[in-house]
Write a protein that binds this ligand. Structure first.
Ligand code: ARG
Length: 458
């Protein structure tokens, strides 16, 4: 049954069949594999290695196998090891002797390298359009929440007031970088290894430029050994996936915290939360927690591939078969995250009452006061100290900044005046942070416009 059984005088042990098969992870590659095989058939025909009639029969046979796979009538056999052998065996069952010509000048080594690239390319395009949805949902939320003033945090302590639109845009830019990383991963796979055969190329005159063209790659790979050994493009995918999932996880963590009663700034929609089986009052942010948790699997997938590659001799070793396990798992996880996250973001509301409560005591404006003093000629370090002492005094007296009268301010800071007093509110603080990329409403609007333009180009 095994297509390579010629030199063996014993059947493969059952445990070995079980252990070496890759069907549990490569069956999803079937369509890409058939696409690669069809290009190979055309290259064989162009070299005169098969007749026109054989070419047509092989192409038709491969189409039939594909439709059998798609309609579920084709049940692959584990004894046939992998997706490649199963397809070829079925083709030969359909075509007889003619089917046996398909693998001319080809090895499963260049075959899997080609199939993987075709498969991953399609996946990346799909993921790219889902990232576009995510970016769109962030832009929408940024636009909706542009005028909403909330505390911005450093060290998880209230730091300075910001526009909630600015917060959403901070994630927009991170995910936009991920999109560029995805594009780089697409570029990295854009060379066709088909025709590299086992590792050394072929004595059969295969036109590798034609295979590249038929399979819509920019060019053939330069070196047949490297073609077989190279999995850099998978590492590039995992790098993209890892950075993306880290960004998702950080966003999820923020939202989990901001949603707690202790912070209370964001309100998650009921339909995206779950309840507790014992505590009736609970509304848990499980979707966000799972996004945070699943990031671990994706990072592990990256490490898994790198460890397989490290120290692996060139060109092909069966270790490489395992590259698909983490790839498939990470792709599934990415799709899962990308299907739920944009919808969740679009439904998040801001609790303005809780937000203004968090801004109420006025300490969050301490930097603003120091900067006002700087504009009046006070050196920044002295201004910092004056305001710091005012904070100390307030804490001792049990007063908040917002409760201080003009006279009390004057006693604490002689340079304090009506002008400063009038601007001491969170909205004005945000409005005046107009440095390029700052949180001023006008700057956030500029970012949103820029984001929309980038989305238009994607
Ligand atoms: N299933 C194998 C893989 O995914 C295909 C290549 C097998 N090549 C070999 N020389 N045994 O890597």
């Amino acid at each position: 049954m095994r297509l390579w059984k010629g030199r063996f005088s014993e059947n493969t042990a059952d445990v070995v069949v079980n252990f070496t098969q890759s069907l549990d992870m490569d069956w999803d590659l079937a369509e890409a594999d058939i696409e690669g095989s069809k290009a190979h058939v055309r290259v064989l025909a162009s070299a005169g290695l098969i007749t026109e009639e054989e070419k047509m029969a092989l192409l038709k046979g491969l189409d039939q196998v594909l439709s059998e796979i798609k309609n579920g009538t084709f049940k692959p056999l584990m004894e046939l090891e992998d997706v490649h052998m199963n397809i070829e065996a079925r083709l030969t069952e359909i075509l007889g002797e003619r089917g046996k010509k398909l693998h001319t000048g080809r090895s499963r080594n260049d075959q899997i390298a080609t199939t993987l690239r075709i498969f991953l390319r399609r996946q990346l395009v799909g993921i790219g359009s889902k990232i576009r949805n995510l970016l769109e949902s962030l832009l929408d939320s940024a636009e909706r929440h542009i005028d909403f003033v909330v505390p911005g945090y450093t060290h998880l302590q209230r730091a300075q007031p910001i526009s909630m639109g600015h917060y959403w845009m901070s994630h927009f830019w991170a995910f936009h970088r991920d999109f560029l990383r995805l594009m780089a991963a697409l570029e990295a796979l854009d060379e066709c290894p088909l025709g590299s055969a086992a590792l050394a190329g072929s004595t059969i005159p295969l036109n590798r430029h034609l295979s590249a063209e038929l399979l819509k790659f920019s060019k053939p790979t330069e070196n047949s050994i490297d073609s077989i050994a190279n999995r850099d493009y998978l590492a590039d995918f995992h790098h993209f996936a890892s950075m993306f999932s880290i960004h998702c996880s950080r966003l999820a963590e923020d939202l989990i915290i901001y949603n707690t009663d202790e912070f209370g700034i964001v309100k998650l929609p009921d339909s995206f939360c779950t309840g507790s089986s014992i505590m009736p009052q609970k509304k848990n942010p499980d979707v966000l927690e799972l996004i945070r948790g699943k990031a671990g699997q994706i990072l592990a997938g990256y490490v898994d591939l790198l460890v397989v590659l490290k120290g692996l001799p060139l060109a092909y070793n069966r270790d490489l078969q395992e590259d698909k396990r983490s790839l498939m798992r990470s792709l599934r996880t990415l799709h899962g995250i990308l299907d739920v996250l944009p919808q969740l973001i679009s439904r998040i509301e801001i609790d303005l009452t809780a937000a203004s409560r968090a801004l109420e005591d006025g300490y969050i404006l301490a930097t603003d006061i120091a900067e006002f003093l700087v504009l009046k000629g006070v050196p920044f370090r002295s201004a910092h100290e004056l305001v710091g002492k005012a904070v100390k005094w307030c804490l001792k007296e049990g007063k908040s900044f917002s409760a201080l009268s003009m006279e009390e301010w004057r006693n604490l800071i002689p340079q304090f005046d009506e002008n400063i007093f009038g601007c001491l509110n969170p909205k004005s603080s945000v409005e005046r942070r107009k440095t390029y990329g700052g949180t001023a409403f006008s700057e956030v609007k500029r970012q949103v416009e820029k984001g929309k333009a980038l989305l238009g180009e994607m």
